[in-house]
Design a protein around this ligand. Structure first.
Ligand code: F6R
Length: 369
């Protein structure tokens, strides 16, 4: 069943280009418009939406954090992202103009289910992004956009995460489309780039040997930190979560700009720090800032693992290890930047003798609150 791979996780990491392509299939037409007919929420209702609230747990929550950047940038609709387990206990402000998006691979996560029930009781519409046909979360939602990752067996989410991102981008672009957000060149470019993104994911997978080697060399470490900015920040959180759950190591993700507000005190000689670098094009200001962040931690002894776009030369002098990812539009970068972090965690966990498909204390779907 593992198709020649040593674990389901490795197989599922390798299946990501196909999972991404399958999730896009039939949803972008030849003219570059989106056709999401399965979203049974009428366009008239979507035009009235004045707030998007995303609820999810774990890896799906990280997909939601990334979606916020895309939704607000492309549609200008305010978007909040909340851990499903926190949501209903704080009396959130919800009304019929609020679109709640519940993201869940399994469709059975109790925290997420309770959050969406609460939202529907307040009269909000709920759109589920889900990987499991006919599961409870889509059944109880007003509409569902299925991710087509195929069954995910390994406990740690990989291909479902990438397809959740794709589905979030589709929802964001579709909201823009039905609301007539000014369709600038950027949006057209993004749709075109999204339709080609699975090739970029494939490309990353072919360059992972140095990442595996690096992971093996770090098997005796106690701590690994992850830094990112903009959409690279949730990617850093996801990289840290993967390492915790698989390698049972202390791993933390930070927004790189927060370093100086505390976390930099953790940096000491030899500490591995993985940095997800945004594209030097587009938002070049944050690129320059993260380059200085890398300099700062390196000056304090950190061993830097830098994940940067091809052609980004500014990071080279400060990278003890450089991982190249293909050039993508800024907001789509997580689709390629997350992959090396998955491979890294999987290999490091294996080097530590852990069972990657069944990490201790974890279950694939968490059906208790
Ligand atoms: C991490 C992981 C979990 C799940 C979380 C939500 O690798 O798998 O954090 O992402 O339990 O699960 P779903 O998406 O099924 O609601």
């Amino acid at each position: 069943e593992k198709g020649g791979y040593a674990s389901f996780m490795l197989k599922e990491i390798a299946e990501q280009p196909k999972a991404v392509a399958d999730t896009l299939l039939g949803r972008i037409d030849a003219s570059g418009s989106l056709t999401l007919d399965e979203l049974r929420i009428p366009p008239g209702v979507l035009r009235e939406v004045d707030k998007v609230v995303i609820v999810a747990c774990g890896t799906a929550f990280h997909a939601g954090l990334i979606a916020k950047y895309a939704i607000e940038h492309w549609t200008r609709i305010p978007c909040e992202v909340e851990l499903a387990s926190e949501f209903r206990y704080r009396d959130p402000i919800l009304d019929p103009q609020t679109l709640v998006v519940a993201i869940s691979q399994s469709g059975e996560t109790m925290d997420t289910l309770m959050a969406l029930r609460h939202a529907r009781e307040q009269g909000s519409r709920v759109l589920a992004i889900c990987n499991t046909n006919g599961s409870t979360i889509p059944r109880e939602s007003d509409a569902v956009l299925y991710t087509h990752a195929g069954p995910e067996v390994a406990v740690a989410s990989t291909k479902a995460f990438l397809t959740q991102l794709v589905a979030c981008y589709l929802v964001a672009l579709y909201l823009g489309q039905v609301r007539g957000t000014k369709w600038g060149d950027e949006i057209q470019d993004v749709i075109r780039d999204l339709s080609r993104i699975s090739g970029a994911v494939e490309q990353v997978l072919h360059t992972m040997e140095p990442v595996r080697e690096l992971a093996r060399s770090l098997a005796d470490q106690d701590t690994v930190l992850f830094l990112g900015r903009h959409v690279g920040y949730p990617v850093a959180l996801e990289g840290a979560l993967k390492l915790k759950e698989l390698a049972y190591m202390h791993a933390e993700g930070f927004a790189a700009g927060e370093l100086k507000h505390g976390p930099i005190a953790l940096v000491e000689e030899g500490l591995p720090v993985v940095v997800v670098v945004p594209s030097p094009r587009g938002r070049s200001v944050i690129h320059d800032k993260i380059v200085s962040n890398i300099q700062e931690i390196r000056a304090r002894g950190a061993r830097t693992v830098v994940i940067a776009e091809e052609g980004d030369e500014a990071v080279v002098p400060y990278a003890d290890h450089l991982v190249r990812i293909p050039v993508t539009p800024t907001l789509l970068q997580p689709l390629v930047a997350a992959v090396p972090l998955q491979v890294f965690a999987c290999e490091l966990a294996t080097a530590r003798g852990n069972e990657v498909d069944q990490p201790r204390n974890l279950a694939k779907s968490v059906t208790v609150e």
